[in-house]
Design a protein around this ligand. Structure first.
Ligand code: KIV
Length: 278
């Protein structure tokens, strides 16, 4: 049985910290689900860390659905959050509802995430009232990167901090089950966490959030084009993959791979027969 949004909300009440990770494929999702991660985000960060785009902006609904389905197939326990890509929920509420429904019906996710605060409150209300749980996302919202002028910490001035608090409250009132706080100063995310009824999930938002999210490729040390300050490498797969590849190339070149262990045998009599016939 999968983790539910009720259980996620209860974790805040009980003071239990929530761990969330992104995943984009069957194999990784299966591993982290098996390791006990309760929340998996199929993030549109896949555009950068898997598909090699410069930002998350080019990511399409079809790409998100393709990866969401793979993650769902690899999991039995984690609650899956499908990340709504750029311009699939901003144009109209009807559009937002249709695309959120695709994540649930076609992708098999249980919930969706979208970026924005007060400006998205009506959209969130409508999606939630249609029976689809929504996770909010405020602070640094990568889909607005051109508007924001780059990847940077948000809410540093009094005005910006008040705006973020109001965004969080508006999302809470609109019915989100959790809110991602990305690149928010620790004291501000502490305040926000105290002011909202639902869990806050931080990424670059300090230790007072109710939970934390990391991009799996950062956590595993797989994506090294850009490593943000808030990322912690729990492994350095980049190095392991590079050295495994170099070993493989060297063994192929030296004729040391494959050995008998990796080869398939054939019945001797069939082989003799075959050789005679040639
Ligand atoms: O797309 C993503 O991975 C995200 C997380 C950084 C929260 O939105």
């Amino acid at each position: 049985m999968r983790v539910s949004i009720i259980q996620i909300k209860e974790m805040k009440q009980k003071g239990e910290k929530i761990a969330m990770l992104t995943a984009y494929d069957y194999a990784t999702a299966k591993l982290i689900d098996g390791a006990g991660i309760p929340l998996i985000l199929v993030g549109d960060s896949l555009g950068m860390v898997v598909l090699g785009y410069e930002s998350t902006i080019p990511v399409t609904m079809d790409e998100m659905l393709h990866h969401t389905k793979a993650v769902v197939r690899g999991t039995t326990r984690a609650l899956i959050v499908g990340d709504m890509p750029f311009m699939t929920y901003q144009v109209s509420v009807d559009d937002a509802l249709r695309n959120a429904a695709r994540f649930i019906q076609e992708g098999g996710a249980q919930t969706v995430k979208l970026e924005g605060g007060e400006n998205m409150a009506e959209t969130v209300k409508r999606i939630v009232s249609s029976g689809i749980p929504v996770m909010g996302h405020i602070g640094l919202t990568p889909q607005s990167i051109h508007q924001l002028g780059g990847f940077k910490v948000m809410g540093k001035t009094l005005e910006a901090a008040v705006r973020l608090i109001n965004d969080a409250k508006a999302l809470d009132e609109a019915g989100v089950f959790a809110i991602v706080l990305e690149c928010v100063p620790e004291p501000l995310s502490k305040l926000i966490t105290e002011k909202v009824s639902v869990p806050t999930i931080g990424i670059g938002a300090g230790k007072y959030c109710d939970g934390q999210v990391q991009v799996i490729s950062d956590l595993l040390g797989l994506y090294t084009d850009f490593v943000p300050k808030h990322a912690k490498q729990y492994a350095r797969l980049f190095e392991s993959i590079k050295s495994a590849t170099a070993d493989y190339i060297a063994e192929v070149q030296a004729g040391a791979f494959p050995t008998e262990k990796q080869s398939y045998a054939m019945d001797k009599s069939v082989l003799t027969e075959l050789e005679k016939s040639m």
